[in-house]
Each structure stands twice: as C-alpha cells, then as structure tokens.
Design a protein around this ligand. Structure first.
Ligand code: FES
Length: 141
C-alpha cells in the first residue's frame, strides 16, 4: 500500500439518515494514522461533521452512540465534563474546552447522499482485502 493520502470524496450515508438536530451518524476514520471516530449530524439544514474527540481531554463525547446534542438540541455537549460546542463550526462556547474547537471534516451532499472529504490528517480506514501477505522474495545465497 502506498503512502499517498486519499483525497477522493467518501460516501458516508443517505441524506435521509440525518434528520434535523437528530442522531448523528458515527463512522471510523484514521486520524494521524491512528483509529478514531467521527460523526456527522444535520444542524439548521446543513450537514456538519467532526472528529469525535473533545478539546478538553481527547476522548469521545457522546453519551450514547450518536447522541451529541444537549436537551434543547442547541449545542454539541461533551458527556464527560459538559464542554459545549457550536454545532455550526465546532468552536467551544462553554465549559472546560477553553479556546479549543472540534476538528472539522468537510462534507457535501448530492443527490440524496452525504460524502466526506479526507484530508492529510484524516483518512478513511482502508481494509486490505488482498489476503495474506505474499511471501518475501527468496534471498540470494
Ligand atoms: S472531556 Fe469533554 S469536557 Fe472534559
């Protein structure tokens, strides 16, 4: 496998899977070459997408899988210590996240499908289905 980053858009889900201020779609990515989770939700009609990692302590924030919004469905709320983020842009608006913000992932929506865009830091998980590795070439005596 080459080390070239993948830049092509990645299908994420059907548009209908993301209801206004509803449950998020959670998916796996590679962040700086390590497994991480990301999530997408619909807010004010637009799809927003972030790495599921709090700016306070690098941990996942949802209190149940896909549940990120507070009771009023106004803020993304970290379930650990209550940091609040603006869903539209991921910036911290209250709690212990200070000047931090969520890592945003670009998305687009086209013909009923939501896509996300990999970046240098955030890459899709690639499943190697080539089978067992080929044996090493025989070394010359
Ligand atoms: S880990 Fe999110 S507020 Fe502390």
């Amino acid at each position: 496998m080459g080390d070239e980053p993948i830049t092509a858009e990645q299908p994420l889900c059907a548009s209908g899977a993301l209801l206004e201020r509803g449950k998020a779609v959670v998916f796996d990515v590679m962040l700086w070459r390590a497994p991480a989770r990301a999530f997408a939700l619909r807010f004010d009609g637009r799809v927003v997408c972030y790495i599921n990692r709090c700016a306070h302590v690098p941990t996942e924030m949802d209190w149940q899988e896909g549940q990120f919004l507070d009771m009023d469905k106004r803020w993304i709320l970290c379930s650990i210590h209550g940091a609040a983020y603006e869903p539209a842009d991921g910036r911290c608006v209250g709690g212990p996240c200070g000047n931090g913000r969520l890592m945003q992932i670009a998305t687009t929506e086209r013909e009923g499908t939501v896509y996300w865009y990999p970046s240098r830091d955030i890459q899709p998980v690639v499943f190697d289905d080539a089978g067992p590795e080929s044996p090493a070439p025989e070394s010359a005596p």
